[in-house]
Design a protein around this ligand. Structure first.
Ligand SMILES: Nc1ncnc2c1ncn2[C@@H]1O[C@H](COP(=O)(O)OP(=O)(O)OP(=O)(O)O)[C@@H](O)[C@H]1O
Ligand SMILES: [Mg+2]
Length: 260
């Protein structure tokens, strides 16, 4: 495949550049594939922060990957790029065979909606809306008809054990229950990739284990899971751990679970 891609240069203005070589699409089983991904912030004057400085990462379909690293090492930045919530300063990202930088905005929004569910550490639920309405929202954006979206939101909430609390607003729910609603919202479009940034960060260990069991179940159903965590016992649920240091992949290892 020969493509002249849009790459992002250091001054953060997208430009069409001739890479001087053919970009090779990754093999089809590689659902997330980044090549030399950079994210830099211009802080004024000579100052620049490189949140990511050349990340090469290949994640296969149905892998279960944990991303670990010290605070400030670039984990959330990487997740936001993988989730297409932000664009890189430089580098190439292939999402399920699509060169992300070459997609038009509406195409990107459609693919992101279809392919990716995102769970945030801070839940990001709408405070004034019920659990049911929070989960229904992505389906409204996707243009699903009212009766169907209500039914799908209900079913998804039931599947995460929230069938009894659908009419509650976030402040009427416990932390674990809110996280379940956030997971239901991420899953309601039936994405094949679930990205979770510290999904248990605000939870006690028992509730955290319940959330991780939920992710395990999703992995068993064939989904690809990428989870950021500070906790080794959370990372042990995954089959592979990618360690980030100073905006780069420092090392990559299989967990005991993958070996067993
Ligand atoms: N909008 C921004 N402007 C400038 N610098 C930023 C911005 N966002 C992030 N950074 C910097 O980029 C680096 C990586 O941030 P990031 O949020 O990805 O870290 P993290 O690994 O997720 O950390 P934590 O474990 O604390 O969540 C940090 O040094 C941070 O200060
Ligand atoms: Mg973070």
């Amino acid at each position: 495949m020969k493509i002249k891609p849009t790459v992002y240069n250091q001054s953060m203005e997208p430009e069409t550049a001739d890479m001087g070589q053919e970009l090779q699409a990754p093999p089809p089983e590689c659902i997330i594939c980044t090549q030399d991904l950079w994210k830099s912030y211009d802080m004024g004057g000579e100052q620049q922060v490189d949140a990511l400085s050349g990340v090469d990462l290949a994640i296969q379909r149905n892998e279960y990957v944990a991303i670990m690293g010290p605070s400030g090492s670039g984990k959330s930045t990487l997740m936001n790029l993988i989730g297409c919530l932000d664009s890189p300063t430089r580098g190439v990202y292939w999402l399920n065979g699509h060169l992300v930088s070459a997609l038009a905005d509406d195409e990107l929004a459609r693919i992101r909606n279809q392919e990716i569910g995102f769970v945030f550490q801070t839940f990001n639920l709408l405070a004034r809306a019920s659990a049911l309405h929070n989960v229904e929202l992505p389906l409204i954006y996707a243009g699903v008809a009212p009766a169907e979206r209500l039914e799908r939101a209900r079913q998804t909430l039931i599947s995460v054990g929230m069938g009894e609390r659908m009419s509650h607003k976030p402040n009427e729910l416990s932390g674990g229950q809110r996280q379940r609603v956030a997971i239901a919202r991420a899953l309601v479009n039936r994405p094949s990739i679930l990205l979770a940034d510290e999904p248990t960060g605000n939870l006690d260990s028992k509730t955290g284990n319940e959330i991780m069991a939920l992710l395990d179940n999703l992995h068993a159903q064939g989904n690809t899971i990428v989870v950021v965590t500070h906790e080794h016992d959370v990372a042990e649920y995954a089959h592979r751990v990618v360690h980030i240091r100073d905006g780069k992949v420092a090392w990559d290892e299989k967990t005991a679970r993958a070996k067993s």
